[in-house]
Write a protein that binds this ligand. Sequence first.
Ligand SMILES: [Ca+2]
Ligand SMILES: [Ca+2]
Ligand SMILES: [Ca+2]
Length: 171
Amino acid sequence: MSRTVRTIALASAALALVALATPSQAASTTGALMLTHVRPNAAGADTRGGTQLNLNGEYFVIKNVTARTVNTGGYVPDSTTNTYGRALPSYNLPAGARAYVHTGSGRHYRDSSGVHHVYRGYARHVLLNTSTVKNPDLRLKKPGSLDNNTSAGSISSCNWNTAADGTTYSC
Ligand SMILES: [Ca+2]
Ligand SMILES: [Ca+2]
Ligand SMILES: [Ca+2]
């Protein structure tokens, strides 16, 4: 075995070990914020008589993985099936903290268990309940990125396929 072949073989063995040790659903990020969970299908009926219901029951969860406060303003959630992903509102998320990013309207706040809540202000549900065509279904992109359904600017992603009613999925 030549040195090159042996080096490649060792590298492959090391990669195989890493693959075994890493859960397939582990959330990850290359930036300051990470998508950790998603609830694409709000509990109960989504609409009734043309009225959108429980918009804030549809959400995703982000975590500040850094040791400093990060302002969420400008980060772009890009659903890969549409192009109306407005940037996140300005909100100071403390180091290590998590925030539920709700689809509907409300006043951003920190709840009694220390989890934060941020509101996107949509008047309709925006995360597909069934999304089996695209992978991932949602990307979080760094500020200044476009909602153009490509990976450009992506720091973290989430895929769910078919989302059951009122069920939260790990990213
Ligand atoms: Ca939905
Ligand atoms: Ca529902
Ligand atoms: Ca999109």
